[in-house]
Design a binder for this molecule. Structure first.
Ligand code: NI
Ligand code: MN
Length: 225
C-alpha cells in the first residue's frame, strides 16, 4: 500500500481503493498536483473548512467517487450532485473494501457559503485499507487519542503540527506517543506563514518519546507493508 502526500492535510491512500483525504489543491500554494489530475474512488473529508473540504466536491464529481464525511457535509455534497455517505462519531461505513470510521477532533468547522456558514462538527478519520491510517484532521491535543490508538491500532498517524489553528510540534509529539502508531507523519504546516513550523522539531520531540517519524514533502510517497 502506498501513501502519497499532496501537501497541507491532503493524502492519497492507494490500497484496496484509492482514497483522497482533504483535497485542498487549487488554492494550496504548495500543491504538487492539479485538481483535474487527482484520481479517486473515495474522497474523505475531515471537516468543512476551505483548506480541507477544498476541491473535494469537484474531485468526487470528476471521478464519480463516493464522498465520505460527517452527515451535514454529506447532505451538502449530495445537494451538489455528489454521491455521498454520511457518518458520525464512533461510527463508520464500508465503501468497496475500504472501511472509514469517524473519531472526534477538537476544533471548529463550517462550510462557507455566500453569506452564511453551515456549521458542523470537525472530525478525525480512521481509514482501514491494506493498512490502518489515522488522519487527525485539525485538532488540539486531547487525551482520548490514547483511546483512538487502543480501539483502531493504526499503523500510521497523520498529525497536524502547524500551531495557531491546531496542535504545534510539542503537542503533536505527545499525540504521537498517545496514539502509538508505528509511523507518525506531520501535516498542516508551512502552507501559509501563519502555520510555519519546522517538521524536524516534531521529529526530534516525537523520537524522544519513542515514536518513529517520517517527514514527507508535498508530492512524496511512502510505501507501507
Ligand atoms: Ni480547520
Ligand atoms: Mn485547517
Amino acid at each position: 500500500m502506498k501513501l502519497k502526500y499532496l501537501g497541507h492535510s491532503c493524502f492519497v491512500i492507494e490500497g484496496k481503493e484509492r482514497v483522497v483525504v482533504d483535497p485542498f489543491i487549487r488554492d494550496n500554494p504548495l500543491s504538487p498536483a492539479k485538481v483535474e489530475e487527482v484520481k479517486a474512488d473515495i474522497v474523505a473529508i475531515t471537516h468543512g473548512h476551505r483548506d480541507h473540504l477544498g476541491d473535494g466536491i469537484e474531485i468526487a464529481k470528476n471521478n464519480d467517487a463516493t464522498l465520505v464525511a460527517i452527515h451535514e457535509i454529506a447532505v451538502y455534497a449530495a445537494s451538489k450532485g455528489v454521491k455521498a455517505e454520511g457518518i458520525n462519531m464512533g461510527g463508520g461505513v464500508k465503501v468497496g473494501e475500504t472501511e472509514i470510521y469517524m473519531v472526534q477532533a477538537w476544533h471548529s468547522s463550517g462550510i462557507d457559503e455566500a453569506n452564511y456558514t453551515l456549521s458542523t462538527s470537525p472530525a478525525g478519520l480512521i481509514i482501514k485499507s491494506d493498512a490502518t491510517i489515522y488522519h487527525a484532521g485539525d485538532t488540539s491535543l486531547f487525551s482520548d487519542m490514547k483511546l483512538i490508538g487502543e480501539l483502531y491500532k493504526p499503523q500510521v498517524a497523520l498529525l497536524p503540527i502547524g500551531g495557531r489553528y491546531t496542535m504545534d510540534a510539542r503537542q503533536a509529539a505527545m499525540a504521537a506517543e498517545m496514539v502509538g502508531a508505528k509511523i507518525s507523519i506531520p501535516m498542516h504546516y508551512n502552507t501559509f506563514d501563519a502555520i510555519k513550523q519546522n517538521p524536524e522539531e516534531f521529529k526530534k520531540l516525537a523520537e524522544e518519546r519513542g515514536r518513529k517519524v517520517v517527514i514527507l514533502r508535498p508530492g512524496e510517497e511512502l510505501e507501507l507493508d
